[in-house]
Ligand binder design. Structure first.
Ligand code: ADP
Ligand code: NI
Length: 218
């Protein structure tokens, strides 16, 4: 295997994303990518066929060109530029870019990654979108985009295409119904499914409590 993960590249990738995401308050800060990295390492422990060095490096770089953050998600100049500057072979760069390109949620147009590495990364990113951390991130993201916590007049949408998903501006509670509550049943790996169960239950309990307080039933 090519020396993709020479001792320093993971540390260099951390420094790179630390400066790239400096000042982010949308839930896509440096620590999101670090948590996704840790999640990939955890899932790789149970997926011996996954190329751990590729998937963990992809985890560190997965949001470097994210469209929600104004990035060029087609050409991925940040991720590609970083990898080229560290002399990663072009075929490995293509592989890492391919993994990253399949990670995102796009409503009913969401892709199931065609590699185990892509499936691990997608699960790892999704785990950070649910549970207690996912709740915190959803409201941070909504606030950063000027969206209300909850608007009872707004009916969550279902069965959205990629274009519909990205054109909507829902309140943050609606985002739970439009995406976050769907993720548990979309996990790819056994370990991802296992961890998602508990995080999903916590989100359901949170939403029930939110509703009870909102309606004065508590
Ligand atoms: P993905 O690539 O699947 O979108 P990311 O890691 O880039 O995954 O970030 C997704 C997170 O951004 C969501 O889990 C949520 O916290 C936040 N987010 C995205 N859209 C919204 C929204 N409309 N309202 C609230 N949070 C959102
Ligand atoms: Ni992410």
């Amino acid at each position: 295997m090519p020396a993709l993960m020479n001792a320093g590249i993971s540390d260099e990738a951390r420094s790179f994303i630390r400066s790239l995401f400096a000042g982010d308050c949308s839930g896509h800060d440096y620590w999101h990518s670090i948590r996704v990295y840790e999640n990939t390492a955890r899932i790789c422990d149970t997926e011996p066929n996954a190329d751990r060095s590729a998937v963990t490096l992809a985890a560190l770089l997965h949001d470097a060109d994210d469209r929600k953050l104004g990035g060029d998600w087609v050409n991925m100049p940040n991720a590609v530029g970083f990898l080229r500057s560290h002399e990663v072979p072009e075929d490995r760069i293509s592989f890492i870019v391919h993994i990253i390109s399949q990670v995102s949620f796009k409503g009913k147009d969401t892709e199931t990654p065609d590699t185990i590495e892509g499936q691990v990364l997608q699960d790892a990113d999704r785990l950070d979108a649910i549970g207690a951390i996912g709740i915190a991130r959803a409201f941070a993201y909504g606030g950063s985009r000027g969206r209300p916590i909850y608007d009872p007049n707004n009916i969550p949408r279902g069965d959205m295409s990629e274009a519909e998903y990205f054109s909507g501006t829902p309140d943050s509670i609606a985002h739970f119904h439009e995406k976050l509550l769907l993720l548990k049943d979309m996990m790819n790996t056994a370990e991802g499914k296992r961890i998602a169960e508990r995080r999903h239950s916590f989100m359901k309990a949170f939403l029930a409590e939110f509703d009870s307080e909102w309606c004065g039933n508590d």
